[in-house]
Design a binder for this molecule. Structure first.
Ligand code: NAG
Ligand code: NAG
Ligand code: NAG
Ligand code: ZN
Length: 503
């Protein structure tokens, strides 16, 4: 049995490698997922207008300002705007300002013994200072050509107004949640979230609140699938996120007059270059662990035939190493989910064109895997210093953002995410799969008061083909009208299911 299993593994690996080098790259066209919009429909166009209006308020966060806002007045304006456009929410629910610019909304449940479910969004956006490079002004909030345009359309003002639309509809239908529902809208997620989400989390902790479940922005509905593994649309539910850690390597070298460079490649620049090249040549090892193994298994039934067996056996020790290596080589996105990544980000040395500096430094930013040990990053760099070891020092820069826990991809919490996504986002068959976020979200601030799971999902249709990933924090950020309206129905469904979540 064992022998036959082994032979099958090898055969499939050979088939996989053959497939990868040829046929799978020619992708069959699949039917367009986007549906015709219903702009003529009165309630939807009013809801689109409320979303677009929110995009016109430039609530840019800033690391430099003590309160993390570029202009505090824009947040005051945002609060006034939300209050006058979602009057029922402000009248019927408890709305608190936290740390002046953040919002916490409480919808009390009928059974106060049940722990609340928290929905997270954020009011702030990254700057859009390349105004001239946009097709429309970034804060114009235009509804045009079937899209709603503007900075924050994807990340993540859409979720804030879509949640409020859903709450408004549910209030009007006299829905009463059994479980208390909380909505936390921070104001500085884009610069770490410490003032906004951090303050809300501390306030909840001081009140002794334990959260049952958290829903935050995160993965999206990839309408193109995940090529080459599947062409079926995939809703990527972030059940974990990677960590964040920066370290600075400072090197000392032969400095002095640049007319007499040393013969032994001992300048600061030589040493810096060697360290960077060593890291490039030998990056952290690849491995397949949860939740990526769960993602691949969920994709298996919708994968091309050549992949099916391999994906459904991706945690088999004979398959995992080759598959991880394949994914690491395939794209930066896949590479990010199968290894701790490391990138040189800030390089400093030298101040005059005729002087070799005495000292220089490189900051390496790491994104550790969920199961990475805390001291791995430093040990990794120490192991790459080679002949420059005696001339280098390594220190931590900033806080270590620990990788998150991995939330369950089964059970009651997962089931409601699955149900909400599969019934509202597409008229077609989609895959709903767990996913490892390579970036980080506001949910990390609540991690210590969550008993159940954290699920990071932005219910938007994202098309790789249309270059949508580049629009996030980039130019021409926009969402389709249809996708926004579906997001509203997603939140209606999820809020309803959360309100009656038993356990
Ligand atoms: C509230 O929930 C708890 C836990 O599920 C349950 O035991 C209790 O009967 C519920 N109370 C009411 C009034 O529904
Ligand atoms: C890991 O690093 C910390 C300091 O960052 C240190 O206190 C601890 O002893 C180290 N643990 C191991 C196992 O080396
Ligand atoms: C993991 O879960 C435990 C228990 O809920 C919690 O105390 C801890 O803060 C979590 N860790 C992270 C990194 O989120
Ligand atoms: Zn965001």
């Amino acid at each position: 049995m064992l022998q036959r299993g082994l032979a099958k593994n090898i055969l499939v690996l050979v088939a996989l490698l053959a497939a990868l080098s040829g046929c799978i790259c020619s992708t069959p066209q699949h039917p367009e997922v986007l549906q015709a919009s219903h702009l003529a429909d009165e309630p939807s166009s009013a809801s689109l207008e409320r979303f677009a209006g929110f995009l016109r308020i430039p609530t840019v966060s800033s690391r430099e300002a003590p309160d993390h806002t570029r202009n505090p007045e824009t947040f005051t304006k945002a609060h006034e705007y939300l209050e006058s456009n979602f009057q029922d929410v402000w009248k019927q629910l408890d709305v608190e300002k936290v740390a002046e610019h953040s919002l916490l909304i409480t919808w009390p449940g009928t059974n106060s013994t049940l722990d609340p479910v928290l929905f997270i969004s954020h009011q702030d956006v990254v700057p859009a200072d390349d105004v001239d490079l946009w097709s429309v002004p970034p804060f114009s909030g235009l509804i045009k050509d079937g899209f709603v345009w503007g900075r924050g359309a994807i990340d993540t003002k859409f979720s804030l107004t879509a949640m409020l639309e859903a709450v408004t509809t549910l209030l009007a239908s006299n829905f009463k949640p059994e479980r208390t529902l909380l909505f936390g809208f921070g104001h500085d997620e884009e610069v770490g979230g410490e003032k906004g989400a951090g303050s809300i989390a501390r306030l909840l902790a001081s009140r002794g609140v334990q959260l049952d479940m958290v829903n935050d922005e995160g993965g999206m509905l990839s309408v193109d699938g995940l090529k080459p593994l599947t062409h079926t649309p995939v809703a990527l539910i972030g059940t974990a996120e990677k960590g964040f850690q920066s370290l600075r390597v400072t090197v000392k070298g032969t400095g002095g007059h640049s007319s007499r460079p040393p013969l032994d490649a001992s300048t600061v620049a030589d040493r810096m270059a060697r360290v960077i090249l060593a890291v490039d040549a030998q990056p952290p090892p690849t491995r397949l662990v949860a939740p990526t193994t769960s993602l691949l298994k969920a994709l298996a039934p919708k994968a091309p035939r050549a992949f099916r067996w391999i994906l459904s056996h991706c945690d088999n020790p004979l398959v995992a190493p080759s598959l991880a290596k394949y994914m690491a080589a395939k794209s930066a996105e896949f590479s990010g989910v199968v290894r701790t990544t490391v990138a040189p980000t800030v390089l400093q040395a030298g101040s005059a064109d005729n002087v070799m500096p005495q000292e220089g430094s490189i900051i390496f930013n790491f994104r550790p895997m969920p199961d990475e040990t805390a001291n791995y990053t430093k040990e990794f760099l120490e192991g790459h210093l080679g002949r420059d070891k005696a001339h280098a020092a390594i220190e931590y820069v900033g806080e270590y953002g620990l990788p998150s826990n991995v939330s369950a991809a089964q059970g009651a919490h997962w089931d409601i995410m699955h149900e909400a996504a599969s019934t509202t986002l597409s008229d077609q068959d989609i895959v709903v799969a767990p996913y490892l976020l390579t970036g980080s979200t506001d949910s990390k601030h609540y991690a210590s008061i969550v008993k159940g799971g954290i699920y990071r999902f932005s219910p938007l249709q994202l098309s790789m083909k249309a270059g949508d990933t580049r629009r996030i924090h980039g130019l021409d950020e926009r969402v389709t009208v249809n996708s926004y309206l579906k997001a509203v129905t997603f939140y209606e469904k999820l809020i309803k299911l959360s309100g009656s979540l038993s356990q």
